[in-house]
Design a protein around this ligand. Structure first.
Ligand code: M6R
Length: 610
């Protein structure tokens, strides 16, 4: 949520900052801004704009910056204050010599603002962030580092922070608590950024700044400190993924590209985790005895990752016979989850920076549970805070709507469940072997489904005018229905509900008439007949039905208005397959309605506020 990039070096800052902002736009895109230090005068120069980064780019073309070698920039996802030019970052202090960019929320900003106002500070914006610039100003006595250090001690909440000042033309300061920030190490230039893609074409050497750490950067030096000013030796990591991974590679949208990456992501995951008849999970560090001792599993996650967790419950319970509870991360703390040393908490998150999931994990840790995370982003906060990390290695996901990250999370949950099943001996070896054989076939089945995308597009376009959608599924495909609804609503803005099909008669059936479309997951399963009954109930009330069914099902077309076929697979694996046509349906409806597929309104890729 919000993107930050900062630069200090021997090159021109503005092209680096603007290029970096474009790569971070997926993190927030309601306004943006760049601030640099004037190369000759002790001044800061600011350009801000509402809307997307292209607006900022146009403004800079009209009002070029002076040639500066130091600057900070920001793309915003509004929390406090409307998304407009005044509230866009960077924010300056009263004197106009100190400039900050901030990602996160300052929870005590009202108190701080009140106090600063009493002391004569005047504020321009409605943001919580502006208080940081004024606080630093209030502590500034010629040493910017000391002033920032004092200021952040007063802040409650979460922040990733970048600070520059016209008093110190070769100094960029960074600090973080709760919001991601990395430092890019270049040659005669250094960077700060919310995420690696922003700096990838400049450097691959990065420091993942830890919570409670701050750093000073000049063009030739990086120093890391804790918040008390004690020097900390940083670890430099190397980003290995290619620049292609963060480019559209000929696809119209990142979402389409990422849907097409699913066969490969899963194939690689299975190849690296299935060794002969064994499942070997890199990062898994529980002994057989610890697995046998597991009393219960709780899964915490948000959004799409939560739906993966819901599927995970069905799989783990069916294969390993361990009782699983699934919580929306943001609610986990509000009940009194009963956990012990024998409890495992699985936290699922693509970004590994979702504030709600991190908060849930901290709560679970306090209660003594062991934390296993399923995460995509290497070195993320979640990965660092977990006892064991199972990386999905899906590669950067740029489209706000999660696609390949979801199926990769599912893939990892299947592997984990099989691993647990092997130790618990809850199902027979031959059942496990059958499942593994079928699982290995899924990547090629994905390719097969992708080849039918033209006919899926046709069905999607035919139904794109409906003002309301219902998604129904049963058993292991109930979460699939929820995920299908989430995908559609987030990128097409059509109200869409995901329901357990059995619940339809308890309320949602009231919605059904000729103006509603219902997507029914009716793949081969023990509940197939019941799904057919649901479809008939919808059709007799004039609702339109798009059924997701198994290839070879000749019966379904008698009942449904449209049918999308997925290849036959093991019943437990159907969520992996059904996800893909639902992603495609949402995509084509979004395109047909002229929506912004990759950057849907009001959303951000990584939700780093609670
Ligand atoms: O990074 P995370 O997996 O923790 O993100 C969780 C949700 O914010 C995310 O899945 C969100 O629901 C997506 N936009 C769904 O497409």
């Amino acid at each position: 949520m919000c993107g930050i990039i900062g630069y200090v070096g021997e090159n021109q800052a503005v092209p680096v900052l603007l290029g970096g902002l474009k790569k971070l736009e997926y993190r927030g895109y309601d306004s943006s801004g760049i601030g640099v230090l004037h190369p000759e005068k002790a001044q800061i120069v600011l350009r801000k704009s509402d809307g997307k980064i292209k607006n900022l780019e146009k403004l800079i073309a009209k009002q070029p910056f002076p040639k500066s070698t130091i600057g900070i920039s920001h793309t915003r996802w509004a929390t406090h204050g409307a998304p407009n030019k005044v509230n866009a970052h960077p924010h300056a202090d009263g004197s106009g010599h100190i400039l900050i960019v901030h990602n996160g929320i300052i929870e005590n900003y009202e108190l701080l603002k009140k106090d600063l106002k009493k002391r004569g500070h005047t504020f321009k914006s409605d943001t919580d962030s502006e208080v940081i610039a004024h606080l630093i100003e209030s502590y500034y006595k010629g040493d910017l580092f000391a002033a920032v250090k004092k200021a952040i001690k007063k802040l409650n909440g979460a922040y990733a922070l970048g600070v520059i000042s016209s008093y110190h033309p070769d100094l960029l300061i960074a600090a973080r608590i709760g919001s991601p920030l990395i430092i890019g190490c270049g040659k005669n230039e250094n960077f700060i950024a919310s995420d690696a893609p922003a700096i990838l074409d400049c450097t691959r050497r990065v420091i993942y700044l830890k919570d409670g750490h701050m750093a000073t950067l000049s063009k030739s030096q990086i120093k890391v400190f804790d918040f008390n000013g004690k020097v900390v030796k940083p670890k430099i990591d190397r980003i290995t993924y290619s620049l292609d991974a963060v480019a559209k590679q000929g696809f119209d949208h990142f979402m389409m590209k990422e849907m097409h990456e699913q066969p490969d992501v899963l194939k690689k995951m299975l190849a690296s985790c299935i060794k002969g008849k064994q499942v070997v999970l890199d990062g898994w560090n529980l002994s057989e005895q610890q697995i046998k001792n597991i009393s219960n599993i709780t899964i915490v996650a948000c959004g799409t990752a939560y739906h993966a967790g819901m599927v995970g419950r069905y799989i783990i319970e069916a294969l390993a016979g361990i009782s699983v509870n699934v919580d929306v991360s943001s609610e986990f703390r509000y009940r009194n989850p009963i956990l012990s040393k024998k409890s495992i908490v699985i936290a699922i998150s693509q970004s590994g920076e979702t504030a709600d999931t991190l908060a849930a994990v901290r709560e679970a840790k306090q209660k003594g549970a062991k934390i296993v995370s399923i995460c995509n982003v290497l070195g993320s906060s979640l990965a660092r805070e977990s006892d064991a990390v199972l990386y999905t290695h899906a590669g950067p996901e740029i489209g706000v709507a999660s696609t390949k990250a979801y199926t990769a999370q599912l893939g990892m949950l299947y592997l984990l469940a099989i691993k647990l099943a092997m130790v618990k001996k809850y199902i027979s070896t031959s059942e496990i072997n059958t499942l593994i054989t079928q699982l290995k076939k899924v990547p090629s089945l994905y390719t097969k489904i992708l080849k039918t995308k033209t006919s899926i597009a046709k069905i999607a376009r035919t139904n794109s005018h409906f003002g309301c959608f219902l998604f129904l599924g049963r058993n292991i495909n109930y979460p699939t229905a929820m995920e299908g609804a989430l995908k559609l609503k987030e990128i097409s803005y059509i109200p869409a509900e995901g329901y357990a099909a059995g619940e339809m008669k308890h309320g949602p059936i009231a919605l059904i008439d000729e103006y509603r479309a219902v997507v029914c997951i009716a793949t081969e399963s023990d509940t197939y007949e019941k799904m057919i009954s649901n479809i008939q109930e919808i059709r007799s009330r004039k609702g339109k039905v798009i059924a997701i069914a198994t290839e070879g099902d000749k019966n379904i077309s008698k009942h449904a208005t449209h049918v999308v076929y997925v290849p036959k697979t093991h019943k437990l694996l159907t969520p992996l397959l059904a996800a893909l046509p639902l992603q495609l349906i949402a995509y084509y409806i979004s395109v047909k309605r002229g929506c912004d597929v990759d950057q849907p309104r009001n959303l951000a890729k990584s939700v780093t506020v609670e």
